[in-house]
Design a binder for this molecule. Structure first.
Ligand code: HEM
Length: 406
């Protein structure tokens, strides 16, 4: 079994055999202390993850949500509402939720379609190209700009900084690789990353009026809100959360769909037949599950599978494993684009923190695939995909393809 604490275990893609073995034989698995960090428990079965999600009092978000151990000081400096529990979490969640609701996001459909149309047309001008760079990356980036209310001219920079935050374990995204160099100087910054300093500065400029944001965007709305307003340090962290969360997860979901189109026979034809547009996004996102896990901390002793999780222990919910649990999904490693119901866990379903951006992500995926399917008769991979080096966010980071045009 591969060591889940080691980011190198993920450089060739998610180690699905390890997760299958854990689900079968070690459903509550302990990984020993590593790199100066405390050890952690892993939940890999669908039913166990769901049970933990439904008990946020016991499995708390309020001591950090990634593997990294944080001092109280670091936690307080860096936390967002994602690192809080109800009822505190509920106040901010209620304030930001309306902006991400399904009917509100549905109003973006014409814009998303227009952007997707341009992106696909530009990509298909090339005989061969990196589908992550020219397709998967573009739409989430442009939509992030619209959601935040920041100018398009800033997006390349923002996304690059966001990649450096989330990709803090991958030398392709940052020079400050967290498990290779001393990051103590950045311990009060999001993801212990120097990119956090730059993103804080950008957010600071918004706070003090030196940088304009669009009134319709979420940043302006949370600053103006009467109830649940987010200001000061909380605003800076909220900004970093959106730049990080709203960008690469959707990119890797689109990238997984493109990768599968090159691998699984008949998928493109199934899309083109037009019956699966309402279900296909969830299936691709189930298989991508780019946020591999989130962490909780036990607030009391819990007995499970003959072992005891002690109060204070870190517990990782491996959504990527739960979403391929054979006890829940028939043919779990196969894309069945008409799978319905599709109760995957990729968005952290079942708990109070279920993804705010899920409707947006699904709509983006659907629109980009509709555009692509309308223009090609095939997509060939010219190379094996490369994967991010991370046990937290894993996805296809490059995929050279040759489209067969209609
Ligand atoms: C396919 C794309 C996406 C995936 C797989 C994904 C995954 C997740 C997951 C697993 C969580 C739960 C975190 C937890 O339990 O602590 C989450 C929460 C969140 N996501 Fe997403 N996400 C995606 C897209 C987006 C987008 C596009 C946005 C914003 C534009 C976004 C914003 C957020 C926020 C703000 C939270 C925190 C919610 C809370 O704590 O109440 N996500 N996401």
């Amino acid at each position: 079994m591969k060591n889940l604490a080691d980011h190198d275990s993920f450089v060739d893609g998610v180690p699905h055999e390890t997760f299958a073995q854990m689900r079968a034989d070690h459903p509550l698995h302990w990984t020993e202390a590593f790199g100066g960090q405390k050890g952690f428990w892993s939940l890999t079965r669908y039913s166990d993850i769901m049970a933990a999600q439904r008990d946020a009092m016991t499995f708390s978000s309020a001591q950090g949500i990634r593997i990294e151990d944080q001092s109280r000081e670091e936690y307080l400096a860096r936390r967002t509402f994602q690192e809080t529990d109800p009822p505190e979490h509920t106040i901010t969640r209620r304030a930001v939720n309306p902006a991400f609701a399904k009917p509100v996001v549905a109003q973006f459909e014409p814009l998303i379609r227009e952007l997707a149309c341009d992106i696909v047309a530009e990509a298909l001008e090339h005989v061969e190209f990196d589908a992550v760079d020219l397709i998967a990356k573009r739409l989430p980036m442009l939509m992030l700009g619209r959601i935040l209310g920041v100018p398009d001219a800033d997006l390349d920079w923002l996304v690059e900084r966001g990649d450096a935050l989330i990709g803090n374990t991958d030398p392709d995204f940052t020079d400050t690789v967290i498990d290779k160099v001393d990051t103590d100087a950045y311990r009060m910054m999001p993801f212990r990353s120097p990119a956090g300093v730059e993103l804080y500065d950008y957010a600071e400029d918004i706070l003090n009026g030196a940088r304009d944001v669009d009134d319709a965007g979420i940043l302006s709305r949370v600053l103006r809100a009467d109830d649940g307003a987010i200001r000061g340090q909380d605003f800076k962290n909220f900004f970093c959360l959106l730049v990080a969360a709203g960008n690469d997860t959707t990119r890797y979901s689109i990238a997984m769909a493109l990768h599968l189109l090159t691998q699984q026979k008949g998928l493109l034809e199934t899309l083109q037949a037009g019956q699966v547009w309402e279900t296909c996004a969830d299936e691709f996102i189930r298989l991508a599950s780019p946020t591999l896990h989130f962490r909780r901390t036990a607030t009391r002793d819990v007995d499970m599978h003959g072992r005891t999780i002690r109060a204070g222990d870190k517990v990782l919910m491996w959504f990527v494993s739960g979403s391929r649990d054979e006890a829940m999904f028939e043919a779990p490693h196969t894309a069945r684009l008409d799978r319905s119901p599709n109760r995957h866990l990729a968005f952290g379903q079942g708990g109070p923190h279920v993804c705010l951006g899920m409707w947006l992500a699904k709509l983006e995926l659907k629109c980009v695939l509709q555009e692509l399917a309308g223009h090609i008769n095939g997509l060939q991979a010219l190379d094996a995909p490369t994967w991010t080096r991370s046990n937290f966010i894993c996805g296809v980071k490059s995929l050279t393809v040759r489209p067969i045009l209609k």
